[in-house]
Design a protein around this ligand. Structure first.
Ligand SMILES: *[C@@H]1O[C@H](CO)[C@@H](O)[C@H](O)[C@H]1NC(C)=O
Ligand SMILES: *[C@@H]1O[C@H](CO)[C@@H](O)[C@H](O)[C@H]1NC(C)=O
Ligand SMILES: *[C@@H]1O[C@H](CO)[C@@H](O)[C@H](O)[C@H]1NC(C)=O
Length: 239
């Protein structure tokens, strides 16, 4: 609860900060203010965690360079992110810097233009395990005459085992799959939930020949009550 309140407070502060900055533009404040990065935030999918920001208010933003630092909550010193030191893009990959997924992290960004440096702009606190979005599974559909077999592969994290394979997200969470079926006898948007559970191979029987069936699957995290987007639609016409 405390954390949730803190993070919404942090978002509110961001909003206020943006208000103040837009008023400040009218007052012709100096370059240092004008180039300061805005809306610094983490975005994370399957623990692929990147820091994003928007440029400041200066017109000549194209030549602006950005510098990124990060730290784990409670550490006293900030670390430079070497690959994001003096970059032009507005994204920095901090996947490997935030790999202790239960720990909270911060990121911050400053800008430089024509030898002038802005102050740092700080992100909200980011805890990968609580905040990463889960992706849909990989879906393969095999059909026979009256049935469809759906094969699922868990989304993978970017983190690797010693032998080099990527660790699946099922290693970190209890995940359920929700398999939906859509057929061309029903309205396009009407998905029917056929299965919810952990199985990786699901057989759907008693289907009708001559009907086109489509499958879409979501990953669901019961613990955080959060779902992925739908997988891309896989369609098949039964003979
Ligand atoms: C930048 O940081 C300095 C020192 O903390 C502060 O005095 C100044 O007001 C800050 N400038 C802006 C634009 O926030
Ligand atoms: C599927 O249908 C075809 C043609 O109707 C038939 O020859 C075949 O044996 C059927 N396959 C199975 C597995 O039932
Ligand atoms: C994170 O995702 C981005 C965009 O898909 C990709 O370019 C990058 O390589 C990923 N990072 C890691 C560490 O896998």
């Amino acid at each position: 609860m405390g954390r949730i309140m803190l993070s919404s407070l942090c978002l509110l502060m961001h909003l206020l900060q943006n208000e103040i900055t837009s008023l400040a533009v009218l007052e012709n404040r100096d370059l240092q203010d004008l180039i300061q990065p805005q809306k610094v935030e983490f975005r994370s999918l399957n623990f692929n965690s990147t820091l994003h920001w928007q440029p400041g208010w200066a017109r000549e933003a194209r030549d602006t360079l950005y510098f990124v630092q990060y730290k784990m909550y409670g550490q006293s010193t900030w670390q430079n992110k070497a690959e994001c030191w003096g970059i032009r893009s507005h994204v920095c990959d901090l996947t490997h810097e935030t790999s202790d997924i239960q720990e909270p992290y911060y990121g911050r960004v400053k800008a430089a233009l024509a030898g002038v440096y802005s102050n740092w702009s700080l992100s909200c606190r980011f805890t990968p395990w609580r905040e990463t979005m889960i992706g849909p599974p990989m879906v393969t559909v095999v059909h026979s005459n009256r049935s469809i077999t759906v094969k699922l592969q868990a989304p993978r994290s970017p983190y690797k085992r010693k032998r080099g394979s990527k660790i699946p997200m099922t290693n970190y969470y209890d995940l359920l799959y929700q398999v939906f079926i859509i057929n061309n006898l029903l309205d396009e948007q009407h998905r029917v939930l056929m299965y919810e559970g952990k199985d990786k191979v699901i057989k759907i029987n008693d289907l009708k020949p001559g009907v086109s069936y489509c499958i879409e699957v979501k990953t669901y995290m019961p613990m955080l009550d959060r779902s992925s987007t739908y997988s891309s639609r896989q369609c098949t016409m039964l003979q």
